[in-house]
Ligand binder design. Structure first.
Ligand SMILES: [Zn+2]
Length: 225
């Protein structure tokens, strides 16, 4: 009787563990139960990963960077859940994609920073998604993440502006916050979505003007909008 009781308890514990296990390992996209990880192979295989680095060539200056993937399908779902539904597990998945790319491309850097948001946007959302991604990368590689750029005005309203005016408009939105760690450093600049490149370019320029030796941009997804 005693032995049976112990077996029953063991069975209950196993069942409980399997429930917790299954709950912990569910694909964030389709909800399928997994043996491990956050995203199933089927959903991962549907992601259109970018293969080559890009270069923003402007005013005689070249800024090199990488996008993990294109802004579509499953990547869009992960980004939207992370940005607007505070789903930090999706943030972890995206951060891990960035880490994979850094390892595959053997990207080297001494310091990490991120594209900032205005104070009012942070207050509204509660967090800056690019800062969280930067911290995931920093933790993995043991590299310091610094909050050195300040966004002083929103750049949403770009309607009616020419391409050149949009770049100028963005350029006026960023300022250095603190430059003490920047001189001589190779800096990884992290952002979530890459569109015209104006935002990342302007942040990169701010870093270079404040003594940065080199800047490499890394974003989750490239959007064509
Ligand atoms: Zn899935």
């Amino acid at each position: 009787m005693g032995k049976r009781f112990i077996e029953f308890i063991e069975y209950l514990i196993d069942s409980l563990i399997s429930v917790i296990y299954a709950y912990d390992y569910k694909c964030e996209i389709c909800g399928e139960y997994l043996e491990n990880g956050d995203i199933c192979k089927k959903c991962r295989d549907k992601i259109h990963f970018c293969k080559d680095p890009f270069v923003i060539n402007k005013n005689g200056l070249c800024i090199k960077g990488y996008n993990v993937s294109y802004y579509s399908g499953n990547i869009t779902k992960l980004i939207l859940n992370f940005k607007y539904k505070s789903n930090f597990r999706c943030g972890d998945i995206l951060g891990n994609f960035m880490i994979e790319l850094i390892e595959i491309e053997k990207i080297k850097f001494d310091l990490i920073t991120f594209v900032p948001m205005t104070k009012s946007s942070i207050n509204k959302r509660g967090y800056n998604q690019s800062e969280i991604l930067a911290k995931i990368i920093g933790k993995k590689f043991g590299i310091k993440v610094i909050n050195c750029i300040k966004k002083i005005k929103e750049t949403k309203d770009q309607i009616g502006l020419s391409s050149e005016e949009r770049w100028t408009n963005v350029a006026k939105s960023f300022k250095i916050r603190n430059n003490k760690n920047i001189p001589g450093k190779k800096i990884l600049l992290v952002d979530d979505v890459f569109t015209t490149g104006a935002t990342t370019y302007c942040c990169a320029i701010t870093l270079l003007e404040n003594g940065g030796n080199d800047v490499i941009v890394l974003t989750v997804a490239k959007s064509n909008i």
